[in-house]
Each structure stands twice: as structure tokens, then as C-alpha cells.
Design a protein around this ligand. Structure first.
Ligand code: SAH
Ligand code: SF4
Ligand code: F3S
Length: 441
């Protein structure tokens, strides 16, 4: 078939963006466009951007600059910018008013209309600036590179308005997909050999609240748990505020939902948590982790932490270190607070200097790395169940996969058998902070 043009998608940000790009790729391939891994030789370059921190925006603007340069050599090049940055007012204004070399500006709630926008700009030779917020789409195809695990979006948007966060502005209000669409998509994935799915939403605990029928996240998990062929179900992200007893019990009773709880605490100081509008206290959060460990003793609990939120004193930071030591998270993802335009926290007095943020980050990472290793060391000489994702990227002699608790395991197979997509028992011979090494038994 003759190609309509070669396209490349540059993606940054969270799993939601990764998956939106997989969908755009599949939709464009269906329309007769051809994927190229190299933006330099593409006829169409799409940027699926992230706005969560300034560094993410700078990376995208850097790539956009390269593409502008590319367009001086190839004036026919079509450039489309979507994702969260396209909804950041300051950047949108720049794209609309100053970046005339950008042919299409779209967003996070109309990305599946990209083939229409492309056609429109190619026919009319005019720019397309799409700002319509669309309803949650039904079933969409996706080009998934990984043959073992796949993402499935269950809801779009976020209603939480944490005071530091731009996501509710860039992703719009919460909108759940219909349970039957999700079940059908997961059933098809399982029938096609996928063994693990990750359900995506900015706050999966709110799933179903906007639907007219009685369905919530726990109910959806129960139904997905029954799908034959699937080994594992993961989800992200869940908000600690509304992680219900019902949900803990559902997960404890399920066969496939993994014993991994990612619960972003953000800060251990009640003063900062209130300023962040998180809706829980450190005490409530700690109690939640205790309840989880009572019901799911082998649970791994991970978290996100923002360092240097406005007005964070050394005492507040000590409260955060203290919670780390008390809860003993399996891992913590740490971020320097980045002021986001239009959010309440950006206007708060007492912004913290970059030097203090970095210095606190270093101390926190030090504390957490020791705790992570402490969790991993007892796994030496134990046998763990690994879902194999493929050959290890670092060492092609080894296989790589994850435990149900989401720890990465690199291991030696026994013979030349292809283990991709298989559940393998692995004896751990060496536990490190970021991975486990072992051999299949
Ligand atoms: N919906 C998810 C978070 C998405 S953003 C949730 O609520 O958990 C992922 C992480 O980025 C957040 O958990 C937070 O730790 C971090 N983050 C969000 N906004 C930030 C900002 N302005 N500066 C620094 N980190 C931020
Ligand atoms: Fe942002 Fe809070 Fe929504 Fe997560 S829950 S996306 S941190 S506003
Ligand atoms: Fe970034 Fe948007 Fe995801 S801001 S983290 S791509 S929701």
C-alpha cells in the first residue's frame, strides 16, 4: 500500500501519555501512514508533551526547536503538538501566536481525532487549532510494542486540584470509560497473549463516580479478575484519600491484582499536606498503610514525594523523613517542587530556593535507598515469581521481568527456550537497591 507519509511521535510524561501515543500510532497506521523511528526523516512529527514540571516542558521545547530547524530544510514537514503542554495557557499562547511553524495544536481530550486534523491541514494548508474537550472515547486501537503487558485507560481527567498540580487544568474533569468497553478491551488483550494489564487514570479510586450506573473501582477489579488468560492486573494512580476498606478487601481477595500499592504521600508534614489540598493527614496515611499490610502482608508500598513545596521548613522536611522511616516504603519517587502557572501553590509566599530543594532531595534519597535495600536483601536465597517481559536490556544473556510486587528481576534461563510472557520461578542470588538478580529454578 502506498504510504500517506511517514510519521514519528515524540512522547514525554506519564503512562497516560505513553498510552495515548500508542493509540495515535495505531490510528495513523490504520489510515495508511507509516511509522518511522527517526524524526529526522519523518514527513509528520507529533509531540505528545508533559507539563507536570518545568524540566519536562523544557525538554519538549528543545525538541520542538530541533523540529523547527528541520522544517527550514524540509518546508513540507507537518508538526503537531498535543498533550498537556498544549493546555498550559502560557505555552498554548506561544504555540498559537508565535510558533507558526506548528501546523496542528491539539490536546489531551481530542488526541484520537488526530487523523482528522492531519487530513484537514493537508487539504486546506491551514493550521488546525483544536480545543474541543471530547467525551471519553469507546474502544480505540493501540500499537503496543510490548507483547506481554499493556496499558488500558479507564478514566480521563482529574477533579482533585492538589494545589501544586497542573493536571486538572491540562486533562479536564474526570470522565470514566464504560465498564463493558474496558472489559472487552482487556478480554481481547488477554486473548491476544497479553499477560499483564495496567489500568490507567490520574485517580483510579474515583472510577465510575461520573457514570449513571452503580460501578466503582473495586467492582471493576472484581470483574477484570475473572478474565481468563490474564496473569496480573496493576493500576495507577490511586489517591490515598479515598482508598477504601472495600478496595483493600477486593485486592486481598483477588487472584490477579498485584500486591503493589503506589500511594503518593507527597509530604509527611500535616501543615504542608493541608497547603497541598491532599485531603489526608500523615496519621491517616500511616493508618492506611497499616491496614493494607494487615490484609495483604506481602504488600509492597511505594510513594511519590515532592520536595520544597512553598513554606516547607526543615521541621516539615524532617516530618517527611520521619514518615519514610516509619512506613518503610519499598521505593519513593522524588520530585523537586516546580511552580506551575495558574495553580494556587505558584502564588504562595515563601517559595523555597533550588539549592535547599536539591540538598533536601539528596538527604531524602539517601534515607530511602537504604530502606529499599533493606526490603530487598531478605529476598536473597528466596524464590520469587517473575513475569518475563523479554531479554534484559543491559545483558542480552539474561531475561528480565518483574515480581508481583513490581521489583525488576534479571535472571539466567536454563536452556534456549523463549521465556517472554511466561511466569518463571527465580531464585534470587543478589539483591540490589534497584534490581534483583537470580537464576530460574
Ligand atoms: N495523579 C497522580 C499524579 C500524577 S503527577 C497522583 O495523584 O498520584 C505524578 C507525580 O508528580 C505526583 O505524584 C507528584 O509527586 C509529582 N508532581 C505533580 N506536580 C508537581 C509539581 N508541580 N512539582 C513537582 N512535582 C510534581
Ligand atoms: Fe494532580 Fe492531585 Fe490530580 Fe494527582 S490527584 S493528578 S497530584 S491534582
Ligand atoms: Fe505530564 Fe500530563 Fe501526565 S502533565 S505527568 S503528561 S498527565
Amino acid at each position: 500500500m502506498e504510504t500517506k507519509g511517514r510519521f514519528n511521535i515524540w512522547t514525554s510524561g506519564c503512562q497516560m501519555n505513553d498510552h495515548d501515543s500508542e493509540i495515535m500510532q495505531a490510528l495513523l497506521e490504520k489510515e495508511g501512514y507509516q511509522w518511522t523511528p527517526d524524526p529526522e526523516t519523518a514527513d509528520i512529527v507529533i509531540l505528545n508533551t508533559c507539563s507536570v514540571r518545568k524540566t519536562a516542558e523544557q525538554r519538549a521545547l528543545g525538541f520542538l526547536g530541533n523540529m523547527k530547524h528541520q522544517k527550514t530544510k524540509n518546508p513540507e514537514l507537518i508538526i503537531a503538538v498535543g498533550g498537556c503542554m498544549a493546555h498550559n495557557p502560557e505555552i498554548r499562547e506561544f504555540l498559537v501566536k508565535k510558533a507558526s511553524f506548528v501546523n496542528i495544536i491539539f490536546g489531551t481530550r481530542n488526541f484520537h481525532k488526530l487523523p482528522d486534523y492531519l487530513e484537514e491541514t493537508m487539504e486546506s494548508k491551514q493550521r488546525v487549532i483544536a480545543d474541543k474537550i471530547e467525551e471519553a472515547p469507546g474502544l480505540l486501537p493501540a500499537h503496543r510494542e510490548n507483547p506481554v503487558k499493556g496499558y488500558v485507560t479507564i478514566m480521563y481527567g482529574c477533579n482533585n486540584f492538589c494545589s501544586y498540580c497542573i493536571v486538572p487544568y491540562t486533562r479536564g474533569r474526570e470522565k470514566s470509560r464504560l465498564p463493558e468497553d474496558i472489559i472487552e478491551e482487556v478480554t481481547r488483550l488477554a486473548a491476544n497473549g497479553y499477560r499483564e494489564i495496567t489500568l490507567l487514570g490520574q485517580n483510579v479510586n474515583s472510577y465510575g463516580k461520573d457514570l449513571s450506573r452503580q460501578v466503582n473501582f473495586a467492582g471493576l477489579l472484581e470483574r477484570l479478575d475473572e478474565i481468563p488468560g490474564l496473569f496480573r492486573i496493576r493500576y495507577m494512580t490511586s489517591h490515598p484519600r479515598d482508598f477504601t476498606e472495600e478496595l483493600i478487601e477486593t485486592i486481598a481477595a483477588s487472584h490477579k491484582v498485584c500486591e503493589h500499592f503506589h500511594l503518593p504521600i507527597q509530604s509527611g508534614s500535616n501543615k504542608i499536606l493541608e497547603l497541598m489540598n491532599r485531603g489526608y493527614t500523615r496519621e491517616k496515611f500511616i493508618r492506611l498503610t497499616e491496614r493494607i499490610r494487615e490484609k495483604v502482608p506481602q504488600a509492597s508500598i511505594t510513594t511519590d514525594i515532592i520536595i520544597g513545596f512553598p513554606a516547607e521548613t526543615e521541621d516539615d522536611f524532617q516530618d517527611t523523613l520521619d514518615v519514610l522511616k516509619q512506613v518503610k516504603f519499598n521505593a519513593a519517587f522524588t520530585f523537586l517542587y516546580s511552580p506551575r502557572q495558574g495553580t494556587p501553590a505558584e502564588k504562595m509566599q515563601e517559595q523555597i530556593s533550588q539549592d535547599i530543594k536539591k540538598e533536601r532531595m539528596a538527604r531524602l534519597v539517601d534515607v530511602q535507598n537504604k530502606i529499599t535495600l533493606e526490603h530487598n536483601l531478605p529476598l536473597e536465597n528466596q524464590v520469587v515469581e517473575v513475569l518475563v517481559e523479554g531479554k534484559s536490556k543491559k545483558n542480552p544473556e539474561r531475561w528480565s521481568g518483574r515480581t508481583r510486587t513490581n521489583k525488576i528481576v534479571d535472571f539466567e534461563g536454563i536452556d534456549d527456550q523463549d521465556l517472554t510472557g511466561k511466569l518463571v520461578n527465580v531464585l534470587i542470588t543478589c539483591a540490589r537497591t534497584w534490581n534483583l538478580v537470580g537464576m530460574s529454578v
